[in-house]
Design a protein around this ligand. Structure first.
Ligand code: NAD
Ligand code: UDP
Length: 309
């Protein structure tokens, strides 16, 4: 039985990861400050004697003995990470330093959930891991983008300088049950608007693209990455390469919910990336991973979740 620390474990992806790790017979310690996470996401795991939840903010050091650390703590939706941008940078950067320091001291493997945002508004399309990105360092998304970029730098420097056993994954837009209903991300927004018969709000002209990955596929990729030997450090992209315009997504959500909502167009937020699609050759080769759940199927599962919420 492995002892595994999951920071951000009460969040959307963190809760799915804790559930999966427990199912595989591990002991799981979930660390969260509940900024965007919620006990509701993990309450069904609380009866398991091998699951422990600790309220803690990773901008402060934390001491524990574990075999592996998955570092997910960080608000992920633009509304949430822009709410207190200084705190977002602190969570990414100081959080990474604290967790890397812990990993160094206890010789644990540590996996960082980085993001496709490190590519910014990309000039190279689709995005391979070798692309250095096009990120505005002083814009409203920078607290998240640059925070995550600095966290990657820290991971690689702790690896080079202190031999810390790192794994860096770059996650592309992932959706599914337990997304925060008010976090403003496009999939949850459109589903909730459609279910409530409200206008579906497209920001900009709706021709910007994203590639949407279902949460179960993503979690499988994280687990496979952690299981690799120490020579595999990443970064490795994880995401579904099927790319859709935001307008196509809106139309599909309307179709699948049978909603009477109409689409309206609003101003585009600053620095909104215009296109995004992962190259997943590395994930295929090294992790033998590729997504198995396509958008229509994943949306139906997510719609079911929001219907019952
Ligand atoms: P989420 O907001 O649901 O989860 C983040 C969790 O971290 C929450 O439970 C929150 O309360 C917790 N948290 C935030 N700041 C903290 C702090 N200072 N100390 C302790 N806990 C803190 O978001 P998510 O979608 O589950 O994302 C999880 C991770 O994956 C994040 O690091 C995010 O950047 C990364 N990621 C997600 C996506 C995606 O599409 N979902 C894409 C790229 C990267
Ligand atoms: N978006 C939109 N309407 C919404 C929410 C988001 O048109 O109600 C757009 C947003 O401008 C962006 C895309 O959908 O182009 C994805 O946004 P999200 O916040 O989900 O993620 P990110 O921009 O971080 O990829």
């Amino acid at each position: 039985m492995k002892k595994i620390l999951v920071t951000g474990g009460a969040g959307f992806l963190g809760s799915h990861l804790c559930e999966r790790l427990l199912k595989e017979g591990n002991e799981v310690i979930c660390l969260d400050n509940y900024f965007t996470g919620n006990k509701r996401n993990i309450v069904h795991l609380m009866d398991n004697p091998y699951f422990e939840v600790i309220r803690h903010d990773i901008t402060s050091p934390f001491y524990i003995e574990v075999d592996e650390i998955y570092n997910l703590a960080c608000p992920a939706s633009p509304i949430h990470y822009q709410y207190n941008p200084i705190k977002t940078v602190k969570t990414s950067v100081m959080g990474a330093i604290n967790m890397l320091g812990l990993a160094k001291r206890i010789h644990a493997k540590i996996l960082q959930t980085s993001t496709s945002e490190v590519y910014g508004d990309p000039f190279v399309h689709p995005q391979p891991e070798e692309y250095w990105g096009n990120v505005n360092p002083i814009g409203i998304r920078s607290c998240y983008d640059e925070g995550k970029r600095c966290a990657e730098t820290l991971f690689f420097d702790y690896h080079r300088q202190n031999n810390v056993r790192i794994k860096v994954i770059r996650i592309f837009n992932t959706y599914g049950p337990r997304m925060h209903p008010n976090d403003g991300r496009v999939v949850s927004n459109f589903i909730i608007q459609a279910l409530q018969g409200k206008d579906i709000t497209i920001y900009g002209d709706g021709n910007q693209t994203r590639s949407f990955c279902y949460c179960d596929d993503l979690i499988e990729g994280l687990i496979r990455m952690m299981a690799t030997d120490d020579s595999v450090i990443g970064p490795i992209n994880l995401g579904n390469p099927n790319e859709f315009t935001i307008k196509q997504l809106a139309e599909l959500v309307i179709e699948l919910t049978g909603s009477k909502s109409r689409i309206i167009y609003q101003d585009s937020p600053a620095d909104d990336p215009q296109q995004r699609q992962p190259v997943i050759d590395k994930a295929k080769e090294i992790l033998h991973w590729e997504p198995t759940i396509q958008l229509r199927e994943g949306l139906l599962k997510t719609i079911d979740y929001f219907k019952n919420l």
